[in-house]
Design a binder for this molecule. Sequence first.
Ligand SMILES: NC(=O)c1ccc[n+]([C@@H]2O[C@H](COP(=O)([O-])OP(=O)(O)OC[C@H]3O[C@@H](n4cnc5c(N)ncnc54)[C@H](OP(=O)(O)O)[C@@H]3O)[C@@H](O)[C@H]2O)c1
Length: 318
Amino acid sequence: MRAVRYHEHGGPNVLQVDDIDRPEPDDDELLVAVRAAAVNPVDTYFREGSYSPGDLPWIPGSDFAGEVEAVGDDIEEFEAGDRVFGTGLGNDRPGTCAEYATTPTDTVAHLPNGVGFEEGAAVALVGVTAWRALIDHGDLEPAETCLVHGGSGGVGHVAVQLAAATGARVTTTASEDYHDRLEAVGANTVLDYRREDLAEAVEEAGKPDVILDHRLDDYLQFDADVAATGARIVGIGNEDVAAGFENVPAARSKELTITLMSMYNTPDISAVLARLARLVADGEVVPEIARTYSLDEVDEAQRDVLEESFLGKLVVEP
Ligand SMILES: NC(=O)c1ccc[n+]([C@@H]2O[C@H](COP(=O)([O-])OP(=O)(O)OC[C@H]3O[C@@H](n4cnc5c(N)ncnc54)[C@H](OP(=O)(O)O)[C@@H]3O)[C@@H](O)[C@H]2O)c1
């Protein structure tokens, strides 16, 4: 099969397409013919070697959607021909930028017939992240106010829609080009993150009860300053490795809960994927596909995911 691999850590130029043997599923695994894989910033961290997954050469890619080609002997809930989607690969097991991938079943769900493979791959990792942040850690409830930083991003655009689907009031930040689309999919207030008066504008929209923060080094103090008393702040990312408060008492007086999380720790990923599949099938969550790439273009896709501005997800079609 054709698979994107890197044989050494480094920039996007270490990615190449190799012809390798198709993997065989173990008794507790599925072999999936990958129809779509999504690109995430974490793929670039693994490639650079900042957290090293398995031994090189390595196949990047966490998300996939496709058709079950073969099932391990112990598996009952899936059969050959099933349409499925999943995430969590490319970390401690080979990834999804390939014609085939093997996966355990606890990170996979059935893909409803009306949902395309691109949408399935696009929503998987970012959808589980948004769910874990807003629902599991944030305990977001109807009529609460939710602030999603970076609402046009992969995580952000699903988080906005998931928060709206719960009945929360949603404030989000994004570049100007994406404001109309984010309002159309459920944001009540969309603000340019470059505004000088961003804190005042967020508070005017309603002090947030739950905040999803993907740039903790930029926004941790900001979050504490704008948050409602008793707010839950969930941190998923950072640009600089260091982040902290400039004014601890201001944060302390609000009895804030701060959770730092990794999607990979989500206890029952398939259950979350099954719920996301229902929301996508019902049109409550619309995964946006900004661009598609071939296997030969994964280097470009990994460059774009960090350097380009887009709404939604970049998707690879093997
Ligand atoms: N902990 C976890 O489990 C987990 C899971 C998924 C992702 N993450 C991390 O979360 C971060 C976001 O992931 P992603 O997949 O959503 O990335 P993404 O698709 O690249 O989105 C990033 C978004 O951030 C926006 N942005 C850039 N500068 C900003 C600023 N100063 N303030 C507010 N927004 C800004 C970008 O908008 P413009 O392009 O218009 O500037 C873009 O929409 C990454 O660091 C990723 O590694 C962590």
